[in-house]
Structure formats: C-alpha cells, structure tokens
Write a protein that binds this ligand. Sequence first.
Ligand code: DGL
Length: 273
Amino acid sequence: MISRENPIGVFDSGIGGLTVVRQLMNILPSENIVYFGDTARVPYGNKSAEVIREYAVQDARFLLSKGVKVIVIACNTASALAMDVVRSHSTVPTIGVIEPTADAAMGKVRSRGVGVIGTLSTINSSAYETALKDINSQTPILSQACPLFVPLAEEGMFNHPVTDLVAREYLSRFSGRIDVMILGCTHYPLLRDAISGILGGDVDLVDAGEATARSVLDLLSSGNMLNKQKTKPRYEFYVSDFPQKFNEIAERFLGRKLEFVRKVQIYSNGDIR
Ligand code: DGL
C-alpha cells in the first residue's frame, strides 16, 4: 500500500539531479526522498536513445523497489528520451522535467522566443521543442547543445574565465532573439551567472528543477498525497559508484551534506540492488 508518508523517488544519470532534489527540499520540505544517481554509467547526455531508455527503466524499477509514491525523472536527457517507456513500466505517477519546464518557460515569453540548452541527446531529441510547440506553435524556439557545461559545473568552475569563454561560444547566437532560456540540464543552474552574463539580465532563466518541483507539489496536493507528518524528513541517496571527488561534487549540487549515501550494484540482468 502506498501512503502519504512514502518517499518521493528521484533518479538521474549521476549527481546532477541533486539540483532537482534541492528544489524539492525547498518546495516540499515535509517529504521523504529516495534518490538514485547512476554514477557508474553517467553521462547519459551523449548516449543513444536505446541505451538511455534501457537504463531509465532500470533506474525507475529500483525506485519502485523502495516503495516510492511518485517517480521524478530529474535527468533532462532521460526525460527527453525515455518518458513514455518509464511511464509504461511505472505503477506510480511519473513526472519528467520537460513538460513542467516548457510550461513555465512559455508563461514568461513576452515578444521574442524561447531558448533551450541541454545535452546533445536532449537537443537532438527535440523533446523541449515538441512540448513548447504543443503549448504555442507560433513562438520561435532556438536550441543549442552545450556539452562542455557538464564538466565545467562538476569542476566547480562557476565563475571562471574558461566558463565565460565557453558560454560566449555557445550562447552568442541567442543575442536579442529570446525572452526566456530553458536550463535544460541538471548541471546548468550552477552556471547561472556565466549564462546570464552572456544573455543579459532581460532574459529569464528557467530552472527545470524548480518548475518540476512545483509540478510535483501540484500532483501530490491534488491527489491528497502530501506528507502531513511533522517529523524530520528522511533523505536516502543511492549511487551505482563512488566516483572521484564524489562528496565534494554532491555537496556543491545539493547545497548541503549528504548524510545517508549507499552504493548499490547493477547486475547483468539490469536489476539494481
Ligand atoms: N543529467 C543529465 C541531464 O540533465 C546531464 C548529465 C549527463 O549527460 O548524464 O541531461
């Protein structure tokens, strides 16, 4: 039986999804959370659709084995390529980042268009474009893959000349063409300063994590599934590997220390335990 006290399940290709967890903790402070980061197989952002879909289903199954009441696909790449297949395997409501973020972005358009930045796989999938066009087919959309942003964020090079240079290379073409930029990758909220430094202060940056956390709040409150308990929430983090500098990077993404972290094993049949 799934009850209100059951945790929210979140998965990501690695630790980037902690930027989404950070928003969930802010917006839903009473909820228990179980996180799975596939640190052994990250990155997903340059993998084929077939592999991303296979991994995403395995990740979701792991969360279901933990009794989650909802699954949040924090990874933009997995949301873009595997939403349908995860939903079809899931026995609980499943939310990806694409639709809530597209909704939030469209709400901020004034006279120009919407920009989308993400991993190669996210941009090549056109998932954001499709979701945005479903809301308003007239608004111009301009997309750009920014693969170097992921390692720059992991290196903590938030305010660094190299990041500014890379941001200029990727983002100059947006100049004067957009009102809103979708930060369509878990890592990009950490590079906010460099991104808005190039785009200018009049472009609204939409954080996929925040938009998604708000949509989880709506879903749980409309289904009467918000946790009403007043006890301190439980946060459990599971990863498939402990890569170099794991704690340092994870704390940077989450904005606090991870207390409960366990390594799980990925078996050859795809089971994660
Ligand atoms: N989590 C991925 C995303 O949001 C970025 C890292 C990766 O490529 O796996 O698209």
